[in-house]
Design a protein around this ligand. Structure first.
Ligand SMILES: NC(=O)c1ccc[n+]([C@@H]2O[C@H](COP(=O)([O-])OP(=O)(O)OC[C@H]3O[C@@H](n4cnc5c(N)ncnc54)[C@H](OP(=O)(O)O)[C@@H]3O)[C@@H](O)[C@H]2O)c1
Length: 388
């Protein structure tokens, strides 16, 4: 195990302008907010998919206000410090036209959080955004006077062991003989290989393999496209069908987007982070049973049944209610676990975080309640039967 480096003074203090990709995403908008909040002199240039600069700025500003209606960053501060540039990972030179030449000189740090995160999608589409797109970001970084990139990857690169052999992935390895679970993870592995080549040739990049991005730690607010995330889809199905089960060895490891963003910026601000990879994974497992108990405390009446009865009970409820989509969400969970997962180690990153005074929060009752309230407010979750 590589020795721990004592954190230096954050290099953020010398950064003037950050180039951020993926700012219209769940993690990206929290990276933007955190960067603006923490570093009052920092400007942020965001690469945003849009037809022109005006549309890009409007998309970003609207989303920022939706997530942070009470932000201390007022509209004029936002206008002054944030610039949205239309761009697309899949286009030559990121579709930047003239900005391609100037950005490497005017930005001193890059955080690349954009990705096509669809787990079910055409292979060439996710590779175009995630692998070729990252290569374009690397090309841009190679023209900075001091290349400085934080590349956001996924713990999904751990994949699974197709041959059933026990494998472990720590922060210092990428290929351990694992099999990617889908094209998305494979494209992110290929992107990491490109980052590794960049570090050999040029240097200056770190990789954050992140776990499940979850609702805000206080407001419970989740991504605007709430139906796109497996956790909210799962919970909606449970709330609508009124049934769940508890698998003894399964659960959710969730990291609120704001605490994830804080950790990414703190780690990537360390000079010693260059050339290294980190695993941002929560040590806290929220079991299916605990989740049900928490939501029942809010006035829902979810029945927790034995795993062996679950499939029959779910299908019976589906037949009675016609909630086929919800049934379709829960049934595939029953067969999961057939392949051997690769064990992901994250103690080394946890120790870095501890030295920076950071840790991943436990999923508290208050946080789950805030998320459920948010889901009800946006019309996604059914309201509880009784008010608590
Ligand atoms: N969410 C998770 O639980 C999770 C877990 C592990 C790793 N990650 C990683 O975390 C990062 C952020 O994910 P997220 O959860 O914030 O995803 P997200 O909410 O889907 O956001 C993805 C962002 O990437 C942008 N993007 C996608 N394709 C693009 C393209 N061709 N050109 C330019 N921008 C493009 C999106 O722009 P539009 O708004 O225009 O679509 C959006 O800003 C990704 O690198 C992802 O692989 C996420």
């Amino acid at each position: 195990m590589e020795e721990l480096v004592v954190p230096d003074t954050s290099t953020w203090t010398t950064a003037n302008r950050l180039l951020l990709t993926g700012a219209t995403g769940m993690l990206g908008v929290h990276l933007l907010a955190q960067a603006l909040d923490d570093h009052s002199d920092l400007e942020v240039v965001c690469l945003v998919r849009a037809s022109d600069a005006t549309a890009a700025h409007k998309r970003l500003a609207d989303l920022y206000r939706w997530h942070f209606p009470d932000s201390a960053i007022g509209a004029s501060d936002f206008e002054r410090r944030v610039r949205a540039v239309p761009a697309d990972l899949t286009r030559p030179r990121l579709g930047l036209d003239r900005a391609w030449g100037g950005l490497p000189d005017s930005c001193d740090r890059v955080v690349h959080a954009a990705a096509d995160v669809r787990h079910v999608a055409a292979r060439e589409e996710v590779f175009a955004a995630n692998t070729a797109g990252t290569e374009r970001v690397l090309e841009l970084c190679s023209r900075m006077s001091v290349p400085d990139l934080c590349h956001v990857s996924t713990i999904g690169v751990a994949g699974h062991s197709a041959d059933g052999v026990a494998r472990t992935l720590d922060e210092h390895a990428l290929d351990v003989g694992q099999t990617p679970s889908e094209a998305y993870s494979e494209s992110k592995m290929a992107a990491e290989r490109a980052v590794a080549r960049f570090n050999t040739d040029t240097g200056g990049a770190c990789v954050m393999r992140v776990g499940t991005v979850a609702p805000h730690s206080v407001s419970g607010r989740f991504q605007r496209n709430i139906n796109e995330h497996f956790f909210s889809r799962y919970l909606r199905a449970v709330l609508r069908l009124g049934i769940a089960t508890d698998w003894p060895d399964r659960g959710f490891r969730l990291i609120p987007a704001d605490t994830m963003a804080r950790a990414i910026l703190a780690l990537s601000g360390q000079q010693a982070a260059r050339g290294r990879t980190f695993h941002l994974q929560s040590p806290h497992r929220l079991s299916h049973g605990e989740l049900v108990r928490r939501v029942n405390d809010l006035g829902y009446g979810i029945r927790l049944v034995a795993p062996e009865d679950f499939a029959d009970r779910v299908m019976a409820i589906g037949e009675r209610t016609g909630l086929d989509e919800e049934v379709g969400r829960l049934l595939p969970m029953i067969d999961r676990g057939a392949s051997t997962p690769v064990t992901l180690r994250h103690e080394w990153t946890d120790a870095w975080l501890a030295r920076l005074g950071l840790s991943h929060p436990r999923p508290t009752a208050a946080w789950i309640a805030a998320f459920v309230r948010h889901g009800v407010d946006v019309g996604y979750f059914p309201a509880p039967h009784t008010d608590h």
